[in-house]
Design a binder for this molecule. Structure first.
Ligand code: FAD
Length: 540
């Protein structure tokens, strides 16, 4: 199998914490979602000695459970948040420059049931394009009649006689996190996976951070002048374990509001959308249907989450029924049922609470709270991670009392060296003798690194996946469990649900060889991931 020795500088995940405790550190970041990843990349590029801890797996929180749109959010126009819309619409251009393989421009079709809605939509989208400085050839088209039927044949044209087709960008959230973390590592950051921050004690020089490494079970302590809390839905939990619970989020006069968002996965043949489609649910909320690899995913819901910040919030039968009803109302010939659902995911939006507002009305803005050496970043969207990182580093620089330079904010992320993706996909297809869907999948996951990852003669693990991808996940991308590989590296759990169960046994064997797992550990890994996959089809 291919060796991945040449990529050492951009490796993330495993570090000897005992050895690291003696080394000087400028900044500790808690949380390996997109927020922490963005801050780590900026900090390392600005020359800070940066250490990031992720308690579970990179991107295993909200940052693998989003709708995966890099967007200004057309719907925020209706909320009157023009600045947020403009920022998102412009930010996607930056992402396209940094990671073209993870920022795919695609058409979004928005059906309209009435002439009034259609005209409002046309005006809204024109404004959106103006705010986002969209190029003329990328501007929207208005569709009706035969043109609409040709663009989206299964859409109910009687219910929705009009539509607008405009440009949005589609990403792979978890892969974006991994690429950003690897860019941070390439710039000198130390990025640790499966290491939980257990407590933070402030002192006159900054703070003392106590962590526990899940691999060894050992505790370690680090002294650091400034700490960034980027723990997403867990930012309050982390503040509660700071200074023995004396400094909860309440000390900022703010609190988090957790809103649950669910997505369902069905076979693409059962909901064969040609574009990304923005449907309207009975309560007026937008619900997207998005094709990816061999599936279509439908989401999201937006409901109050009554429990705490669980790692795997439960998908309930009513969430499933709401999404299926919305899809069937727009695509009646699909006749989707619960039995069609191949997988599902639920994520928690960490919103800043706004008293008296429903979840769908609350702002998606981010906020930075500073308290001595603790800088907390809360709220926000995946789309705005780069700008959030800039603002967070400005706050860090204020704590450190040092001016920091940002050398190359748009430098490519690993895999982002080539923008000519169709040509790259064709080269991959020819070189490895694979069909277009497999080449397309590899291009979207690994971009220009596909050749370094696969090497000369890759070995198939399943019809779409290669053994070399598992090795890459473990050796370069810091995967430590079967779930880390299947869910957030290969993306097989949600995008290849029909292949996923078959590849588990072969993947666990290979991981066992790479990581020295005994038979008992292999059995435990298979059982844990198998149970997770089953839970995503069993709705309470
Ligand atoms: C359903 C849904 C759809 C969305 N769709 C979009 C979209 O289409 N586009 C968009 O731009 N945004 C979208 N968002 C918003 C976006 O996903 C989030 O804003 C973003 O992922 C938050 O990232 P984060 O890094 O702040 O949090 P997270 O990704 O949750 O990361 C926090 C990390 O901190 C770790 N952690 C917690 N406690 C500790 C500890 N003590 N020690 C170490 N680590 C710890 C966690 O394990 C976790 O990995 C969506 C959100 C949801 C829920």
């Amino acid at each position: 199998m291919n060796s991945v020795a040449g990529t050492a500088s951009a490796r993330i995940g495993r570090h000897d914490l005992g050895r690291l405790t003696g080394e000087p550190v400028d900044l500790v970041i808690v949380g390996g979602g997109i927020t922490g990843a963005g801050v780590a990349r900026h900090a390392a590029q600005a020359g800070l000695r940066t250490l990031l801890f992720e308690a579970e797996d990179f991107a295993s929180g909200t940052s693998s459970r989003s709708t995966k749109l890099v967007h200004g959010g057309l719907r925020y126009l209706a909320m009157g948040d023009f600045a947020l819309v403009r920022e998102g619409a412009l930010e996607r251009k930056s992402l396209l420059a940094m990671a073209p393989h993870l920022t795919e421009p695609r058409w979004m079709l928005v059906p309209a049931a009435s002439r009034l809605t259609y005209w409002k939509l046309r005006i809204g989208i024109s404004l959106y394009e103006r705010l986002g400085a969209v190029a003329v050839h990328e501007r929207h088209r208005n569709l009706r009649g035969a043109e609409l039927a040709a663009a989206e044949p299964q859409l109910d044209g009687n219910r929705n006689p009009w539509a607008c087709l405009y440009r949005e960008y589609h990403t792979d959230d978890a892969r974006l996190v991994l690429a950003t973390l690897r860019a941070a590592a390439a710039a000198g950051a130390t990025i640790c996976n499966h290491v939980r921050v257990e407590s933070i004690i402030r002192n006159p020089d900054g703070c003392e951070v106590v962590v526990r490494d899940a691999r060894t079970g050992l505790q370690h302590e680090f002294a650091v002048p400034v700490l960034v809390n980027a723990a997403g839905p867990w930012v309050e939990t982390l503040l509660d374990c700071s200074d023995g619970g004396a400094r909860g989020a309440g000390s900022f006069g703010k609190s988090l509001y957790l809103s649950k968002g669910v997505h369902l996965v069905v076979d693409h043949a059962r909901l064969p959308v040609r574009n990304m489609v923005m449907m309207t649910a009975t309560d007026g909320r937008p619900v997207f249907a998005i094709a990816r690899d061999g599936v279509t995913y439908v989401g999201t819901t937006d409901t109050a989450h009554s429990g705490g910040p669980e790692h795997w919030p439960v998908v309930e039968a009513r969430d499933v029924d709401y999404l299926i009803a919305t899809a069937n109302a727009h695509f009646p010939s699909a006749r989707l049922e619960r039995a069609d659902v191949l997988a599902s995911w639920a994520g928690l939006r960490p919103l800043i609470r706004q008293v008296g507002k429903a979840p769908k009305e609350m702002s998606r803005r981010d906020e930075i709270w500073r308290d001595g050496p603790l800088v907390t970043v809360a709220g926000g969207k995946l789309t705005g991670f780069r700008r959030m990182a800039e603002q967070t580093i400005a706050a860090v620089s204020a704590v450190l009392g040092r001016r920091l330079e940002m050398p190359a904010p748009l430098a490519p992320l690993p895999g982002g060296e080539r923008a000519d993706l169709p040509a790259l996909a064709r080269e991959i297809a020819v070189r490895y003798q694979v069909d277009a869907p497999v080449a397309g999948r590899l291009t979207r996951l690994y971009g220009s690194e596909t050749f370094a990852m696969l090497g000369d003669q890759p070995t198939p693990l399943s019809p779409s996946v290669f053994r070399e991808e598992v090795r890459w996940a473990v050796e370069v991308e810091g995967a430590d469990t079967l779930e880390d590989v299947v869910y957030r590296r290969l993306r097989a759990a949600w995008y290849l649900p029909n292949e996923c169960e078959d590849l588990l046994e072969r993947a666990v064997e290979l991981m066992g060889e790479l990581l020295g797992w005994d038979a008992a550990r292999r059995t435990r890994e298979l059982a844990a991931t198998g149970a997770r996959l089953a839970a995503e089809r069993a709705f309470v």
